[in-house]
Write a protein that binds this ligand. Structure first.
Ligand SMILES: *[C@@H]1O[C@H](CO)[C@@H](O)[C@H](O)[C@H]1NC(C)=O
Ligand SMILES: *[C@@H]1O[C@H](CO)[C@@H](O)[C@H](O)[C@H]1NC(C)=O
Ligand SMILES: *[C@@H]1O[C@H](CO)[C@@H](O)[C@H](O)[C@H]1NC(C)=O
Ligand SMILES: *[C@@H]1O[C@H](CO)[C@@H](O)[C@H](O)[C@H]1NC(C)=O
Ligand SMILES: *[C@@H]1O[C@H](CO)[C@@H](O)[C@H](O)[C@H]1NC(C)=O
Ligand SMILES: *[C@@H]1O[C@H](CO)[C@@H](O)[C@H](O)[C@H]1NC(C)=O
Length: 419
């Protein structure tokens, strides 16, 4: 292999730890939006949004709602695995969760976009499979086209509000979604908005940060304490999904929590001598089992609720443990970072880090995020994988589902059994 590129930063750096990314960074940030201006920004954003959507709807030759081609909007909820750069628009420091510096983004975009990756992330690939553009952050004032959906995900985002005060937790993301529903209703009217929301896919990656936080704050926990925590996290996810359902959502895609114990960050923190850290693997597995049960219950309880669960856990674990099977050279060490497993911070703000010469050879880009190359494989599995990887449907099947037909056939069933 070509030797890695080594970078040395000689500015003044402060040591701070962010629950999701324990690392050394400098307290310097170049893209803060003053909080004072945030409300102004939101207002301007809404005005712009209304205006530009009007332009799109009245001038476009390819209005997706009117064209014959199936239009399925997508709404993205989640953490850094799904964040297209929302955190760049928050008044937070880099240590609190930003990826707005090189070499982030170097593979595909050639500049940092705020994605915690060298390139595109799973929601970008799934969007492109369904004919939607690459994601722009919901908070980006230049993001105007809500007809394609919106991406609210935020690096470091938690399900439980108390876990991370800096980024967009699930409650805040849900609040933004409600805002979008109102804006769409103003733009498209009730009927078209309802149709758009009913046919849209709601994709989420939630819980990972909560468990990383839990693991950091509680080193010696019993299995029943873990289960108690899992139940609270799942309870909150379930509540949020019910609210989306009440607003019209029908098609839900859940990505399971990843193999937390196998992340370079965790392997290094627990000095795991090459193995995945069992306690975090158990915690993630408990969550994923509970998620599957919760989704099953929702499907029984809520008429027309359709879902899939993508086994991100197993798919990523298999790649980190058997990299060559999938065309990678390195499964455990990150491409970019310093120290053991390259689990130290990646980027020019650090004192020193190494950057591999070809990210495509690596499963992990940094301490806790896969490379674009890995994501592209996983997104393909999510899209059209077999039932042992994504069940009870894959995303292509979820996308193609005709909710109205589903509903009417269900109604017919109900009538048939006399309900
Ligand atoms: C941004 O956040 C920092 C730290 O919380 C705070 O001191 C500062 O006043 C904020 N900036 C604005 C303009 O609100
Ligand atoms: C962990 O908890 C168990 C049972 O509560 C206890 O016996 C053990 O001493 C604890 N270990 C540490 C390192 O605190
Ligand atoms: C949601 O989380 C909070 C803690 O943030 C917890 O008190 C509450 O019980 C949870 N809700 C459900 C339905 O589990
Ligand atoms: C990690 O474990 C190895 C052997 O298992 C030991 O030599 C080393 O000192 C440990 N490092 C830390 C930081 O605990
Ligand atoms: C998924 O699609 C790819 C092409 O995009 C194809 O190579 C692969 O065989 C498909 N997998 C399944 C399970 O259909
Ligand atoms: C799923 O099944 C396919 C064959 O149908 C197999 O190639 C693949 O390895 C399986 N994946 C997992 C994660 O078990």
């Amino acid at each position: 292999m070509v030797p890695p590129r080594i970078f040395i930063y000689s500015g003044s750096c402060a040591s701070t730890s962010f629950p999701h990314q324990q690392a050394q960074y400098c307290e310097e940030d170049r893209s803060l939006i003053p909080k004072r201006q945030m409300s102004n920004l939101r207002i301007r954003f809404h005005v712009l949004l209304l205006f530009s959507s009007f332009v799109i709807l009245t001038t476009s030759q390819h209005d997706p709602l009117k064209s014959k081609q199936k239009h399925v909007a997508m709404f993205v909820f989640g953490d850094s695995l799904f964040d297209p750069g929302n955190n760049d628009f928050l008044n937070i420091s880099v240590t609190q969760g930003k990826a707005n510096f090189p070499p982030y983004g170097e593979t595909f975009f050639r500049y940092p976009t705020g994605r915690f990756c060298d390139g595109r992330i799973i929601p970008d690939f799934t969007a492109s499979f369904t004919g939607l553009p690459l994601w722009r952050p919901y908070l980006d004032p230049a993001n105007h086209n809500l007809v394609v959906g919106a991406n609210f995900a935020s690096g470091g985002a938690c399900v439980l509000v108390e876990n991370n005060p800096y980024t967009l937790n699930l409650q805040i993301q849900l609040g933004f979604f409600k805002e979008v529903v109102n804006l769409l209703t103003q733009q498209l009217g009730d009927t078209d908005t309802k149709k758009l929301l009913r046919e849209a896919i709601y994709i989420s990656s939630l819980g990972g940060v909560d468990y990383m936080t839990f693991a950091t704050s509680s080193s010696n926990v019993t299995e029943s304490e873990m289960q108690e925590y899992v139940d609270i996290v799942i309870g909150n996810i379930t509540e949020a999904m019910k609210e989306i359902y009440e607003l019209g959502g029908r098609k839900f895609a859940f990505q399971s929590v990843g193999p937390l114990g196998c992340l370079p960050l965790i392997r290094a923190r627990y000095n795991s001598s090459g193995k995945c850290v069992e306690f975090l693997q158990i915690l993630a597995t408990m969550h994923n089992n509970a998620l599957a049960k919760a989704a099953e219950k929702l499907e029984i309880k809520l008429s027309g609720f359709k879902y899939l669960i993508f086994d991100f856990f197993t798919s990523l674990m298999d790649r980190t443990n058997n990299p060559t099977k999938y065309g990678f050279k390195v499964g455990d060490n990150a491409c970019c970072g310093g120290g053991a497993y390259h689990a130290g911070a990646c980027g020019w703000l650090t004192e020193e880090y190494e950057l591999c010469s070809d990210p495509n050879e690596f499963v992990f880009w940094d301490a806790d995020h896969p490379t674009e190359h890995c994501y592209s494989q996983l997104a393909q599995l999510l899209w059209n994988g077999t039932e042992n990887v994504t069940w009870p449907l894959n995303m292509k099947q979820l996308y193609e589902l005709d909710i109205d037909t589903e509903l009417s056939s269900q109604d017919i069933d109900l009538i048939a059994v006399g309900k």
